[in-house]
Design a protein around this ligand. Structure first.
Ligand SMILES: [Zn+2]
Length: 235
């Protein structure tokens, strides 16, 4: 009862930390390296222009790898909150895997795109995609051989920012899970929400650069902190 009396609308931001506990590694885990690749060699529009095969091969590996990973208790807890929370709720994720969805969450917004989509740069249609792109398959919508990974690269604009800001403006509670608070625009969400009167909570493995901006920080693995928080919210 307690939480539902005070809080109606929730925005949850999830980042690499929640996927890391499912065995998905990230740039930030290894000193700017991602499976031995530098960010600027595989995750920028310039890299794709310079060496498309390297970039496509890299993302083909990632796309294959995430399909072998499983959601963890943090993903399942958020899916439960999504199913049972009576007010508005939006899970804004920086992650490009589909673990929130596979855990059963419905209200998920992928601000950095999705590994399991291909984006046709010719006709602008996004198609669900599980196989490789290295062999330049035709776009299912228009037939052009112009598919690229539907992930937001460094230097590109994150998706659906208008929807995210609208949700932030209307929320009573903002929760950040497993994200460093170092990368804008996501790093600015807590300040926006707090300015408008939302309660702000961080659940993270360690104190982050952004910790000072939150009303409360809880430190520990997402797989423990998130189920405990969700249980509190649904009391
Ligand atoms: Zn197309």
């Amino acid at each position: 009862m307690a939480a539902m009396d005070r809080i109606r609308n929730i925005v949850i931001l999830t980042g690499a930390g929640i996927s890391a506990e499912s065995g998905i590694d990230t740039f930030r885990g290894g000193g700017g390296l991602w499976e031995q690749h530098r960010v600027e060699d595989v995750a920028t529009p310039e890299a794709f222009a310079r060496d498309p095969e390297l970039v496509l091969r890299f993302y083909d590996m990632r796309r294959e790898a995430i399909q072998t990973k499983q959601p963890n208790p943090a993903h399942f807890a958020l899916a439960r909150l999504d199913a049972e929370w009576p007010g508005e709720l939006l899970i804004v994720t920086q992650n490009v895997d589909d673990l929130h969805e596979r855990a059963g969450a419905k209200r998920v917004l992928h601000m950095h795109g999705e590994h399991l989509n291909a984006w046709c740069t010719w006709c602008d249609v996004r198609s669900s995609w599980r196989g490789p792109l290295l062999n330049r398959p035709p776009c299912p919508a228009c037939g052009a051989r112009a598919l690229r990974p539907d992930v937001v690269w460094f230097g590109e604009m994150p998706y659906r920012m208008d929807e995210i800001y609208a949700a932030l403006r209307g929320c009573d509670m903002f929760v950040s899970i497993g994200t460093s608070g170092a990368v804008y625009p996501a790093a600015g969400f807590v300040g926006d929400a707090r300015e408008l009167g939302a309660r702000t909570l961080e659940l993270n493995l360690e104190r982050s650069e952004g910790s000072a901006g939150f009303d409360e920080s809880r430190l520990g693995p997402a797989g423990e902190l998130v189920p405990a928080w969700v249980a509190e919210m649904l009391l």
